[in-house]
Design a protein around this ligand. Sequence first.
Ligand SMILES: Nc1ncnc2c1ncn2[C@@H]1O[C@H](COP(=O)(O)OP(=O)(O)OP(=O)(O)O)[C@@H](O)[C@H]1O
Length: 313
Amino acid sequence: KGNGYCSITLVLGGNSVGRVWLLRGLHASDKEKPADQMQLMSPVSSLKDDLKNKLFGQHVASEIIFKAVTGFMSNKNPKKPLALSLHGPTGTGKSFVSQLIADNIYKKGRDSQFVHLFSATHHFPHQDQTATYKSQLQDWIKGNVRNCERSMFIFDEMDKMPPGVIDVTEPFLDFYPRLDGVSFQKSIFIFLSNAGADNITQTALDFWKKGRDRKEIKLKDLETSLSASVFNGFFQSSLIDCDMLDAFIPFLPLEYRHVVQCVMAEMKARGLQPDKDEADKLARDLVYFPKPENVFAKSGCKTSGTFYLLHSD
Ligand SMILES: Nc1ncnc2c1ncn2[C@@H]1O[C@H](COP(=O)(O)OP(=O)(O)OP(=O)(O)O)[C@@H](O)[C@H]1O
């Protein structure tokens, strides 16, 4: 206190990496007030463009995310924070889209000090320290939102979180949440997990087998897959019972052509001329399933960037 840091240091014992990381969001900048870091205009058109041009093969997720985020951001006085739960196979763009959302809300985008990434296995590795973790997490969220009410929290690997820990977020996600004088109505909470991946993949495969265009897949086709994963132990959390999450968003498994798009995008991002032949070569090196059809990339686009780097080295 008094030097720009909140006094949360005391409650964060143990893992020093986690401690430094958790504190990152608690530093109140000397130069910029939180409000100065927000985009002045609403993210409507730029988010739409980013979802259309940068996120491949996820038409269902794109549509829900666009509506949810722009609706929330254009509301000057939302009744509750935005809470989104993103589900699907590995490497299909869940973390990536969270970053795109941040890029369209904060001036410093994903690097803003008000965007907080949290990884369950990294920060809460011991399943038997639930009580400590609960208290740390609650204080951490409160401290960050006290610093900036438009804070954004991204919780990765939700399915690996020690049971019950995430329930501490419940009071923050409610309608008109206010704790210890801090209001949480304008914050965004994004939960990422692989829960439901198998069911979502099965639905996408059924469409493929029937020769139907992937774009015909609608949210309602995936709802059964999602609810099975959500209610059969997803988070094992009271967030579900209490209806605190605003949307469950399915991510589809990616096909060969999407991997090629990812590699081309990666080349462009690195200031290189996108090379289709090279991208094809890299995409062909990945593993596809199920056999023998080889429809979906086993790790989505996750390794395409690394492959490219290895190659260019
Ligand atoms: N649908 C997509 N469109 C564009 N790029 C993608 C897509 N999916 C993945 N990528 C690329 O692959 C990288 C890894 O994907 P990302 O980390 O978002 O996967 P994830 O779904 O969060 O996986 P996990 O469940 O393993 O955490 C991204 O940074 C991005 O470069």
